[in-house]
Design a protein around this ligand. Structure first.
Ligand code: LMR
Length: 399
């Protein structure tokens, strides 16, 4: 006699619970806190001395031109705005801009570029392992897992001493095998602010090329560290040495168009024909996921970069954002010798050597909102919040 096993069909009510993305949850928590003197140094958005995240003047002008002159919103296709990618090309690739083995396309932010890059890798080599630094941006691991690639961690940062664990990093990457992926931060490391020096980049590039690893460089803050070219040093050095490189780029921060989702994905292979095939896969994956990227933000960036006067003014606004980031870093660093490391780091983030309990206590007692990991957005502080913030942090370090 046959035994019938009845398996109950699963429905939406059977879904397991999900842990909310910690950074997005933090935005909601900070917004809900009614205390007027709260300090939100959670998610990474630039703030000016008064604590605002203004729209760049050049973006406002470009948007006005768009309203005045745009005559259609007909589809552009899965590549998005091709001219946008062409204009970005020299800014990101520098002396590699004329290499026709490198192709790029517009994506919905840097996150879309990362997902698309990992989709491509999973299509080409589903058994590739991704070497992911600890710590890294909290959304890196979920994106990698979403395409079912395995993760190998490499040590990156020693939080207590504020230094890069460089020898450990190199040793771990040295255990990679041909076809494995090395996920690297181009500049302004998120969450630590600890960037590789030029010599360290040379060493990383050497290991990556010797081991035959595929580098995927996430560059979301170009221009926020030392300058546009300086911040692309690692990207360009990797392109000098490797035939296969993937780059996930974002304009969300350096054009301050966060919610408009403006990014790009770049793929280099050893030949123009292999690049064309890879890009055909990229376009297909993009079509499956979002069909085509949102236009508005990239169209505004396109207008800024196309117009020499607007472009020059963008550079001035970008420099002002960078100068503020570095000035806030110096002020925090000068407040206490235990915070001096913050003055030697770059970009929006640093990581304080605080336990989760200490972070939660600062949240509860002082209305200071930073990530549970101790990551804080340096430039989330308005000028008049810096002293209270550093005093509270020093107090927590001493407790
Ligand atoms: C961050 O790390 O705070 C930003 O990249 C925003 C995000 O999407 O997480």
């Amino acid at each position: 006699m046959l035994t019938q096993t009845q398996t109950k069909a699963k429905g939406l009510a059977d879904l397991p619970s999900v842990v909310n993305d910690s950074l997005l949850a933090l935005i909601a928590l900070a917004n809900a806190d009614p205390r007027p003197d709260k300090i939100d140094v959670g998610v990474g958005v630039f703030r000016d001395a008064a604590g605002n995240t203004p729209i760049l003047k050049v973006i406002k002008e470009a948007e006005q031109r768009l309203v005045d002159t745009q005559v259609t919103k007909a589809y552009l296709g899965s590549a998005g705005d091709k001219r946008f990618a062409e204009l970005l090309r020299p800014i990101l690739l520098g002396h590699h801009a004329s290499d026709d083995r490198i192709a790029g396309l517009q994506t919905p932010g840097g996150c879309g570029a990362l997902r698309l890059g990992f989709e491509l890798i999973a299509t080409a080599n589903p058994t590739a392992r991704v070497f992911l630094g600890t710590p890294s941006w909290p959304n890196h691991a979920p994106i990698i897992q979403s395409v079912r690639l395995g993760i190998e961690e490499y040590p990156y940062y020693e939080r207590g001493q504020g230094i890069i664990r460089f020898e450990d990093m190199i040793a771990a990457l040295g255990r990679g095998e041909a076809g494995d992926v090395a996920l690297l931060h181009g500049c302004c490391h998120n969450p630590t602010g600890a960037d590789l020096s030029e010599d360290q980049w040379r060493e990383v590039v050497r290991v990556v090329s010797e081991r035959g690893l595929l580098p995927l460089i996430d560059i979301a803050y170009q221009g926020f560290g030392r300058g546009l070219d300086e911040d692309a040093f690692g990207v360009r050095l990797m392109l000098d040495a490797c035939d296969e490189v993937i780059i996930a780029q974002s304009c969300d921060k350096n054009f301050s168009v966060y919610r408009d989702r403006v990014g790009s994905l770049w793929v280099k292979t050893g030949s123009t024909s292999a690049t064309a095939t890879a890009m055909a896969h990229v376009h297909q994956r993009a079509r499956e996921m979002w069909s085509m990227p949102p236009d508005h933000g990239a169209a505004a960036v396109h207008i800024v970069l196309e117009d020499s006067e607007l472009r020059a003014r963008w550079l001035v606004e970008l420099t002002a954002m960078r100068d503020r980031i570095n000035a806030v870093r110096q002020r925090i660093a000068a407040a206490d010798s235990r915070l001096a490391f913050i003055g030697r780091q770059f970009g929006m983030f640093s990581m304080l050597p605080l336990s989760k309990e200490q972070v939660l206590k600062l949240r509860h007692d002082e209305a200071i909102y930073m990530a549970d990991s101790g990551r804080f957005n340096v430039v989330g502080l308005s000028d008049d919040q810096i002293d209270r913030f550093t005093a509270a942090v020093v107090g927590a370090l001493e407790a």
